[in-house]
Write a protein that binds this ligand. Structure first.
Ligand SMILES: CSC[C@H]1O[C@H](OP(=O)(O)O)[C@H](O)[C@@H]1O
Ligand code: HPA
Length: 251
């Protein structure tokens, strides 16, 4: 079943016919929220709000392990993480939707693996290509079907937060090749891979990253960009659920 992890600006899925709720308690601690099982456009979908609902958890305090575990237990096989990001590449203006194809992890002190001694045998997952190619393509196809222009590829730099970055930090990320910056892309992607879940991200550019323009970053501009982009993102996700080209990885 497809699962959606909603981020900033997506703490619930409007229009969902609720089938049931799964508890937020897991062997890895408490998930941000209980997992909601619903039907959208006649298709089953699971939903969890990464920051809780209402939005309360900062990115470094999210129990990513519990969230992924709860989704897997609820029957998820494919997971789309939705995230608000800053645009490092000046071509990625606020309002742009991106399906990243790579990431660089700058986070620290997060519970970033299931293989910390409790789960055996230890597996060193291959993470050369951190996102599922099939799910990325399904997202891009859903965007094309909806007439949306969705950027195919981008390098997501995952920072610790919750503060935004300095201009010098963003210059460093740009030198590393990052085109997008956010605070939640890791360890979410790696944990999904450890649980053998197909995982891809739909990133919404909500501001130029620090120093990309001369202006300071304001929450007002972020909220305005998020409002518009989220309407498109929700349409894309709803279409993804019914899109005939989506490979059904469960069959
Ligand atoms: C200034 S908004 C920063 C906040 O938004 C992003 O969250 P998410 O990825 O869950 O949409 C970013 O990572 C920060 O947590
Ligand atoms: O500029 C940003 N930096 C990090 N995370 C973000 N999430 C939205 N915008 C940003």
């Amino acid at each position: 079943m497809l699962a959606i992890i909603g981020g900033t600006g997506l703490t619930e899925m409007p229009g969902l016919d609720i089938v049931g709720h799964f508890s937020s308690e897991t062997p890895l601690g408490t998930a941000s929220n209980g997992v909601t099982h619903g039907r959208l456009n006649g298709r089953d979908v699971l939903f969890i709000a990464r920051h809780g609902h209402p939005h309360k958890l900062p990115p470094h305090r999210i129990n990513y392990r519990a969230n992924l575990w709860a989704l897997k237990q609820a029957g998820a096989t494919r997971v789309v993480g939705v995230n608000a990001v800053g645009g490092i590449d000046p071509l990625l203006a606020p309002g742009t939707l991106v399906v990243p194809d790579q990431l660089v992890d700058y986070t620290h002190d997060r519970e970033a693996t299931f293989f910390d001694g409790r789960f055996k045998p230890l597996k060193h997952i291959d993470f050369s290509w951190p996102y599922s190619a099939g799910l990325r393509e399904a997202l891009l196809q859903a965007g094309r079907d909806q007439g949306l222009s969705v950027v195919d590829g981008g390098i997501y730099g995952a920072t610790q937060g919750p503060r935004l970055e300095t201009a010098a930090e963003i210059s460093r990320l740009a030198r590393d090749g990052c085109t997008l910056v956010g605070m939640t892309g890791m360890p979410e992607a790696a944990l999904a891979r450890e649980l053998a879940l197909e995982y891809a991200c739909l990133s919404l550019v909500v501001n130029p990253a620090a120093g990309v323009t001369d202006a300071e970053i304001t929450m007002a501009e972020i909220e305005a960009a998020l409002e518009g982009a989220m309407v498109q993102a929700r349409g894309l996700l709803e279409h993804l659920l019914v899109c005939s080209d989506v490979p059904d990885l469960e069959s």
